[in-house]
Design a protein around this ligand. Structure first.
Ligand code: GLA
Length: 367
């Protein structure tokens, strides 16, 4: 193909945080917002990238000379994907790629993975190679881990590449088996406007702590724990908390899926409780929450949300709130948004931003 457009969405996550790199379960979904790559094939070996959100200035790389460390800032993401595809043996061509996105950067909605997935589809599309989506997700993980230097898992790119309209993606991160789970709940994302970055130290430190906790417990990974009670026998301290969070959040993913498969009358209220429980676990046991997220969760629940929790890596980013599905979105969201905005204003914090989170189609070629 000589040229084309490819779109990859951001993601939100209903349940299962910091479980992906522990070989546990996650339950994310693609959102409507995302990143578009408009790409044209070139005859030389140059990858030329520009972004409307970054002033449209063009940065060019020689494909053959791409090495980890050879790119920085936002251009590291497209360069990383081209590098990882070539490392994996795919002979992607030189290309000019223009990026446009309606995802707020560093908001915990995985704008970086949306960018990487859009570029991965553009480069393989131009090359005429059809790489299975799960395989592409793994290549994007390599790009992110080994080139960008962010030790993240596979959840975000899996949600962006495999998401389906009206569905959550249940992914077993140990086996990479997945299933689409229909979901009709109404959700609000609150961007707390406290920014985060997964390449910063906190995320990597949690990952190491999880490995250490698994070693102490004598299991290959925390996702293989079947009885969360064993964490009570660990010496009290951060490692016990890390293990307890991963184990209980993993169990909450499966609990949500069970509730959705055989829904009781109050299914959304029950899922809401699990969301708020997950937030407490991320705040107290995993220690990745931040002040705006805690205040958002508290204000949302007090104003009538069924439950809420921080999503993504933490230390900044977004909160997901589950709303009453009996009311239209606008009516259910209005009091929750007003309460959160007032709580921020009281504390003199920058105002939050809101968006409706709808499980949407995964990456595709826009018509
Ligand atoms: C980030 C990472 C994911 C996952 C989440 C936490 O979004 O990219 O792989 O680890 O944090 O659940």
């Amino acid at each position: 193909m000589h040229s084309g457009k490819w779109f990859a969405p951001g993601r939100a996550n209903l349940m299962g945080e910091h479980t992906d790199y522990n070989d546990g379960y996650v339950l994310p979904f693609a959102i409507a917002q995302g990143t578009t790559a408009t790409a044209t094939r070139r005859d030389d070996d140059v990858l030329a990238v520009s972004s409307r959100q970054q002033g449209s200035q063009v940065t060019a790389f020689s494909l053959k000379e791409l090495r980890p460390g050879a790119a920085d800032g936002w251009t590291a993401y497209p360069a990383a994907v081209a590098w990882a595809l070539r490392e994996r043996g795919f002979d992607v061509p030189g290309a000019t790629i223009e990026i446009d996105s309606d995802l707020p950067p560093a908001s915990g909605l995985s704008s970086s993975h949306a960018l990487e997935c859009a570029v991965a589809l553009a480069l393989t599309g131009l090359a005429g190679i059809d790489v299975p989506r799960l395989e592409l997700a793994k290549i994007v993980r390599t790009a992110e881990n080994d080139f960008v230097g962010a030790p993240t898992g596979i959840m975000d790119q899996a949600a962006s590449l495999l998401g389906e309209d009206g569905h959550l993606l249940l992914l077993n991160c140990a086996t990479l088996a997945y299933e689409q789970v229909p979901f009709a709940g109404r959700m609000l994302v609150i961007n707390t406007n406290a920014t985060h970055a997964n390449a910063d130290g906190g995320y990597g430190q949690r990952r190491q702590e999880c490995e250490e906790a698994a070693r102490l417990l004598g299991v290959p990974s925390l996702g293989s724990l079947t009885n969360c009670g064993v964490t009570a026998a660990m010496p009290p301290g951060p490692l016990a908390g890390r293990a307890r969070h991963v184990c209980t959040d993993d169990a909450r993913v499966l609990r949500v899926v069970t509730l959705l498969r055989n829904p009781p009358a109050n299914v959304y209220a029950e899922i809401g409780h699990l969301l708020t429980e997950s937030h407490a676990s991320l705040r107290d046991d995993f220690e990745v929450s931040w002040p705006q997220a805690d205040v958002t969760v508290e204000a949302a629940v007090a104003a009538g949300a069924l439950g809420a929790r921080m999503i993504g890596g933490g230390f900044g980013g977004s909160v997901l709130a589950l709303l009453d599905p009996a009311a239209p979105f606008a009516a259910a969201a209005a009091p929750v948004m007003a309460a959160i905005a007032a709580a921020y204003a009281d504390r003199g914090w920058a105002a939050p931003a809101f968006l409706e989170a709808t499980p949407s189609p995964g990456a595709h070629r826009p018509s």
